[in-house]
Design a protein around this ligand. Structure first.
Ligand code: NAD
Ligand code: GLY
Length: 362
């Protein structure tokens, strides 16, 4: 097992990464205020891992209840959030009961937001079971839900007590979901870690084949990158926005195509290619750089051409992005490979060209 820490003073917390962690009550117990936990999961992950985790905790003397939600991005909304509150109230969960998110980013975001709200805040633990959740969404305390008009627009910053990434759970992950997770892994290389990007180019085959050592290394390095950024800028007043590379375009794609049709990682991949195309049109990076990024995404089986939603629709969706300031959309652009920056100072003609020429009908 490998451990790293998100350094947030008295709210610092560990991320444990390794095989078989669902069986390790000793890692969870120090973080429980009372010996009581409610596990939130969904109809896909529940049958795979809920009983195993519940047994681990029960054998350690913890009272365990569970809430099983429907599965899908389309359920990351108020109605499903309310199902968590229904369960917590029915089970008489208390303010010191710990809420545990067992699942991918959808479960993690919903559960974290519920934990931030229930009785004005109860402790919670992230047990991510997708690659995307293990490298990104379970770390850093962004929680929330979607709105029909905009992705992740309702939520709270609320840090977990602990992140437990059991790498064995990735063995049951569908291929398409593994690829979607790799989009966020590649992101870290692109925005701030060129040596990691080069490592990914050399080791993508091993990652796709789910080689344990390669996956563990990639998860650890991704979490280290994320933990560093979050420790420096928890509330996204500056550099944390870099973690949104491709997301301004990507969220528009996810919303415009209907939640769940394009996976989050797929939106990030195609969205990153739009950010690269815009950066290239603005003379920041070369066409060869753009090709190099596309080649890596292609190897993972991720989309590199964004859907043609229409210029106006893209602008409408991106107009409700969380990075908008004084009505101006801000993008994460490339300074060079391995170095990104946030800017509202883009060339509008270049943006129009990107959104009309670098897209395709799907
Ligand atoms: P997801 O939660 O929808 O999980 C993907 C699918 O895999 C689901 O069907 C799920 O039930 C299934 N699954 C999960 N674990 C499994 C396992 N071990 N074996 C088999 N199937 C399994 O999607 P995701 O990609 O994990 O997360 C995407 C969400 O995360 C998006 O809503 C996105 O906005 C959010 N996100 C949040 C942050 C953040 O900082 N909070 C960061 C990135 C993404
Ligand atoms: N996934 C972006 C962030 O956590 O800031």
């Amino acid at each position: 097992m490998q451990t790293l820490t998100v350094e947030l003073g008295d709210r610092a917390y560990p991320i444990h990464i390794g095989p078989g962690l669902l069986d390790r009550a000793d890692l969870v117990l120090p973080h429980l205020i009372q010996k009581r936990a409610v596990i939130v999961t969904n109809t896909t992950v529940g049958p795979l891992y809920l009983e195993r985790l519940a047994k681990t905790l029960r054998e350690a003397g913890v009272q365990v209840d569970s809430i099983v939600l429907p599965d899908g991005e389309v359920y990351k909304n108020w109605e499903t959030l309310n199902l968590i509150f229904d369960g917590l109230l029915t089970q008489r969960a208390e303010r010191k009961t710990t809420l545990i998110a067992l699942g991918g980013g959808v479960i993690g975001d919903l559960t974290g937001f519920a934990a931030a709200c229930y009785q004005r805040g109860m402790p919670f633990i992230q047990i991510p079971t997708t690659l995307l959740a293990q490298v990104d969404s379970s770390v850093g305390g962004k929680t929330g839900i979607n709105h029909p008009l905009g992705k992740n627009m309702i939520g709270a910053f609320y840090q977990p007590q602990l992140v437990l990434a059991d790498t064995e759970t990735l063995n049951t992950l569908p291929e398409r979901e593994l690829s979607a997770g790799l989009a966020e892994v590649i992101k870290y290389g692109l925005i701030r870690d060129l040596p990691f990007l080069e490592w990914l180019e050399a080791n993508m085959g091993a990652l796709m084949a789910r080689d344990t050592a390669a996956l563990t290394y990639a998860i650890h390095r991704s979490c280290q990158n994320k933990a560093d950024v979050v420790a420096a800028d928890e509330r996204e007043s500056g550099q944390r926005a870099l973690l949104n590379l491709g997301h301004t375009f990507g969220h528009a794609i996810e919303t415009g195509m209907g939640y769940g049709n394009w996976l989050h990682g797929e939106g990030v991949s195609a969205g990153t290619m739009l950010a690269a195309d815009l950066s290239c049109r603005m003379g920041l990076i070369s066409a060869a750089d753009v090709d190099r990024i596309a080649a890596l995404f292609r190897r993972v089986g991720l989309p590199v051409v964004a859907p043609d939603l229409g210029y106006d629709a893209y602008m409408d969706y991106m107009g409700v992005d969380k990075k908008v300031e004084a009505g101006r959309i801000r993008f994460v652009l490339f300074q060079k490979l391995g170095e990104a920056f946030v800017s509202g100072d883009y060339d509008p003609d270049a943006l129009r060209a990107t959104l009309t020429e670098a897209v395709s009908k799907y």
